[in-house]
Design a protein around this ligand. Structure first.
Ligand code: HH2
Length: 259
């Protein structure tokens, strides 16, 4: 379970709540207490239409939080949610061991290889500013799997082991509601590429479209969106609501064992 910690003023769900490093560290401690395995620290919102942040500002937001958490918890898996190689480098030096790159940029491959880091490769069409302009695909699941398979092959060619390359279909990143649902329904196809799979569906707008619920009232839909992932052998859920997700996944696993 990867818990979301956005050190930003403008993230779509927790924007502005954890911009202060002390508040961010306290939130990380709370998420760990609820059962998070990984804390994913982000300093730039990627919500549709978000304004880009320069590398210096992004680094100033995430690095002190990563450094403080790493000093307090020697074994904690810390992830940095960034698409900038300089921010990733600074975060790895401060104690992160996972680079979560929503652009799956080829530039991150040598960097992750050099540091022995886990690399999350996520599918996005365009940029956060443009990604919802065209959400049509001939076959969204096939197209996303093809792009991620190609990028994963490049990552392996850089010497990154398969288990360190995590693939994410990019729920909400240049997809409409039907596209998101299709991607979730076809997660086993992505898992068949032989890498761990990450899903970030937590509180996203397709849940609002299906239910009419506002952003802070989407827990039920967020858990439902994890059902396909709960059936995969190597999978990571990226979530805001850690305690409820831990409970959901435990009960799912117990049912699977009883089958
Ligand atoms: N979604 C968001 C950000 N980073 N990383 C991965 N791997 N997968 C995702 O689906 C994903 C992600 C967007 O959500 P959030 O961080 O909650 O909001 P914001 O981008 O507004 O900070």
């Amino acid at each position: 379970m990867m818990a979301i910690l956005n050190v930003t003023p403008d993230s779509f769900s927790d924007g502005g709540r954890f911009l202060d490093p002390e508040a961010a560290i306290a939130q990380a401690e709370a998420l760990l207490g609820q059962g998070a395995d990984i804390i994913d620290v982000g300093g730039e919102s990627t919500r549709p239409g978000a304004t880009p942040v320069d590398a210096g500002e992004e680094e100033r937001r995430v690095v002190p939080v990563i450094r403080a958490l790493s000093a307090r918890h020697a074994d904690l898996l810390l992830s940095v949610d960034t698409c900038k190689p300089t921010v990733a480098t600074a975060a790895l030096a401060a104690g992160a061991c996972i680079v979560n790159d929503v652009t799956a940029s080829p530039e991150m491959l040598p960097l992750a290889a050099r540091h022995g880091a886990v690399l999350v490769l996520m599918h996005m069409r365009g940029t956060p500013r443009t990604m919802q302009h065209d959400t049509r695909y001939a076959d969204v699941a096939a197209e996303v799997a093809e792009l991620l398979a190609a990028r994963a092959a490049q990552a392996r060619a850089f010497g990154i082991p398969a288990g360190h390359i995590w693939l994410d279909p990019g729920i909400g990143f240049g997809k409409d509601t039907d596209g998101n649902l299709r991607l979730l329904a076809h997660l086993p196809d992505l898992a068949a590429l032989g890498h761990p799979v990450v899903v970030g569906a937590s509180r996203k707008s397709f849940i609002g479209s299906l239910s009419g619920a506002g952003v802070d009232d989407r827990l039920g839909g967020s858990l439902a969106a994890l059902m396909p992932l709960a059936r995969l052998p190597r999978a990571v859920a990226r979530v805001h609501d850690v305690a409820a997700t831990v409970q959901f996944l435990r009960v799912q696993a117990a049912i699977a064992e009883a089958a």
